[in-house]
Structures are given as structure tokens and as C-alpha cells.
Write a protein that binds this ligand. Structure first.
Ligand SMILES: [Zn+2]
Length: 364
């Protein structure tokens, strides 16, 4: 039976998103149709909005919902099950090759494409690799941000970097992803946890998630401030300067300046004793960057990237749902704005203007 969905569509030509009614195709053998409760509004979608397109585009890649139909080969969920839709394959061992990215035939005859899923819609269809089973009693509004913001920020700390108790952390960019990185650093008992942003309000908010110190980079040199906070008495670096800097510096923004700052903020190594700190690129880079190769080599620093926080949704979504339940990661606080699907352009404008303190969601 055909399923009609209300979907936000970005036109091929410049212009705002529009809400259209479209008929979802019947699921192919490995596809699942989901009626959605909530979707996150993610910063990375702005890149798609601003890049030239060859066709209309459907957006969104984190949501919660319930299965309303499934293809013949789908066995990990059934109709009525609670699920999350995400952009990271849930379990590569199980059906490793997702089918083609979801496309949607629009009422005007054109076909809209997505990166691999779309969740700015009251119903969606996706390959089973992007549909993750969650407990039926799981909260379904604020938890939609687990499927991108949380895995990206918290996963970067837990898995990509592997932060341990007592290690020092700086997080550049205290938005939705940065706050999740800060919360995970707190769970791992990192110390100090330094939040860096240009906005005093966001920095104050970051303390609520576990930041123990803050730096407003519009008022002072962020790297200098971090070094002043992290000087280790009696230790000299390779160049025989007092040791300072953090074990891990995360860039949740991806600007040229912040990508350079995280490498400089990472502490140097001590020759013959310990290797240097690690700069972790979390935000989607907006540009190429010049890194100081001598700093990397002589101080044994590492510059690494993370995509989706090295998370595996089947394994990690239940963990983060549990963090929310137990208060380790307060998603009710993280979600600071709620919109309806019809307010999608308002949500995108607010994101663009930087006026969303935590994360915004759409509720259907
Ligand atoms: Zn995202």
C-alpha cells in the first residue's frame, strides 16, 4: 500500500526548503519504512544547502521513529519496533553493502536524492543498515540527536581518541557536538576539560555538561590560555621548555584557525619518555589547512580525524540512551530548540546564525 509522507525538499536552484507531499516507494528487500517522531537539525546539512546541486535534495540524518513496513530480507526489526535512523552503518558484518542511497519521486516528476538517508520528513525509507533497533520504552524526542551529534562528539572522545581518566582535554566549539564531547570527557574523568568558544553564553552552558574551565577565543589567544592552564611543573618538553598543552584537543568546528589551534594546543612529547598529545578533527573542514610538520615530528604529536566518532550504532546507541537515562548526558538540556516540519527554514536560519545554543530538533 503506498505511503504518503510530508518531506522537506531543498530545490535544485537556490531557494528555501519547501514541504511537499510525496509517495514513498514500497520497500525493496533490504529497506525499512519508518514513521518518525523527531529528527535532529545538524550543522553538516548547511554544507549541503550551500553546495551546488544536480537535483533536488532531501536532508536530515538522525531521527527516532517506529517501523511501519519492511522489505522481505529485513530481519533485525519488524513492524511496530522502535528505531533510530542514522547515517552510519549499524553493523557492517550484517549485510555489508547498503542499497543505493534513498531517492524520492516528487509530485512534480523530479527525483530528490539524499546522501544516504533523509529524516526531515514525517516518514522515511532507508536501507536496513541505517535503521537501528532501540528499546520500545526509550524516550523518543530528544534522543534523536544520538544518531549524529552524540556519536560524533562523544564517540570522538571515547573511541577515536580513547581519552582516559586524568588526561587533559580541550574542546573547540561548544555547540551540540562539542557539548557531547565535553560530557564524554567528564564520563571518562578527564581533567581539566577546557571549553573554547567565541560566545560567553555557550561557554557558561558548557560547564553544565562538564567543562571545568573555559576560554573565550574572541577575547584571548586560545592556545596561550590553554597552555597557561596546563603547565606541568618540573617537566620540560623536547625543546627544554616547560611542558604545557593538553593530551587531546578536539576541533568541533573545522575552520582553518581552529584546525591549526588544536595542533598547537596539544602538548609536546618528552624525548625518550612519552609521546606528544593528539589533535582530533571532529567538525567538517571548511578549507584546506597548513599544518606545522616540524611541530608534529619533533614533538611526536598526532593529528587525526574522526567520522561519526568511530561509533557502531548497534553497539553504541543503547549505551548513549543509557547515558541519557542515568543523567550522564542530559539530552533534555542539550536540545534547546524544537520546531515543527513546517518551521524547517526557521530552524536552518537559526542554525546558520549561531543562535542555537545546544541542538535543535524537529518534532513530527
Ligand atoms: Zn549530523
Amino acid at each position: 500500500m503506498p505511503t504518503t509522507a510530508r518531506v522537506a525538499v531543498l530545490p535544485q536552484e537556490k531557494g528555501p526548503l519547501s514541504i511537499v507531499e510525496a509517495v514513498l516507494p514500497d520497500p525493496r528487500p533490504h529497506e525499512v519504512v519508518v514513521r518518525q517522531f523527531s529528527s535532529g537539525v545538524c550543522h553538516s546539512q548547511l554544507h549541503q544547502i550551500h553546495n551546488p546541486r544536480n537535483s533536488p535534495v532531501v536532508l536530515g540524518h538522525e531521527s527516532t521513529g517506529v517501523v511501519i513496513a519492511k522489505g522481505s530480507q529485513v530481519s533485525h526489526v519488524k513492524e511496530g519496533d522502535s528505531v533510530m535512523v542514522t547515517w552510519v552503518p549499524r553493523n557492517k558484518a550484517d549485510n555489508p553493502q547498503p542499497t543505493q542511497p534513498a531517492t524520492l519521486k516528487l509530485p512534480d516528476g523530479t527525483v530528490a536524492v539524499s546522501q544516504n538517508v533523509f529524516t526531515w520528513a514525517d516518514k522515511t525509507i532507508a536501507d536496513e543498515q541505517y535503521v537501528v533497533r532501540i528499546p520500545d520504552d526509550a524516550v523518543k524526542d530528544v534522543t534523536s540527536v544520538i544518531a549524529c551529534a552524540v556519536i560524533t562528539g562523544a564517540g570522538a572522545v571515547l573511541y577515536t581518541a580513547g581519552v582516559k581518566k586524568g588526561q587533559s582535554v580541550a574542546v573547540f566549539g561548544a555547540g551540540g557536538v562539542g557539548l557531547c564531547a565535553i560530557a564524554a570527557a567528564k564520563v571518562m574523568e578527564a581533567d581539566p576539560i577546557i571549553a573554547v568558544d567565541l560566545d560567553d553564553g555557550k561557554l557558561e552552558f558548557a560547564r553544565r555538561f562538564g567543562a571545568t574551565a573555559t576560554v573565550n577565543a574572541s577575547k584571548e589567544d586560545a592556545v596561550k590560555a590553554i597552555r597557561a592552564m596546563t603547565e606541568r611543573t618540573g617537566m620540560l618538553d623536547t625543546l627544554r621548555r616547560p611542558m604545557s598543552g593538553v593530551d587531546f584537543a578536539f576541533d568541533c568546528i573545522g575552520h582553518k584557525v581552529t584546525m591549526e589551534q588544536i595542533l598547537r594546543a596539544a602538548r609536546a612529547g618528552v624525548l625518550g619518555h612519552m609521546s606528544g598529545g593528539t589533535a582530533v578533527l571532529v567538525g567538517v573542514p571548511q578549507t584546506r589547512v597548513d599544518l606545522n610538520a616540524l611541530d608534529i615530528m619533533i614533538n611526536e604529536k598526532k593529528f587525526i580525524g574522526t567520522n561519526g566518532g568511530s561509533c557502531q550504532p548497534d553497539r553504541d546507541f543503547p549505551i548513549f540512551l543509557d547515558w541519557h537515562k542515568s543523567g550522564k548526558l542530559d539530552l533534555n538540556a542539550l536540545v534547546t530548540q524544537r520546531y515543527t516540519l513546517d518551521q524547517i527554514n526557521e530552524a536552518v536560519s537559526a542554525l546558520e546564525a549561531g543562535s542555537i545554543q545546544g541542538r535543535a530538533i524537529l518534532e513530527f
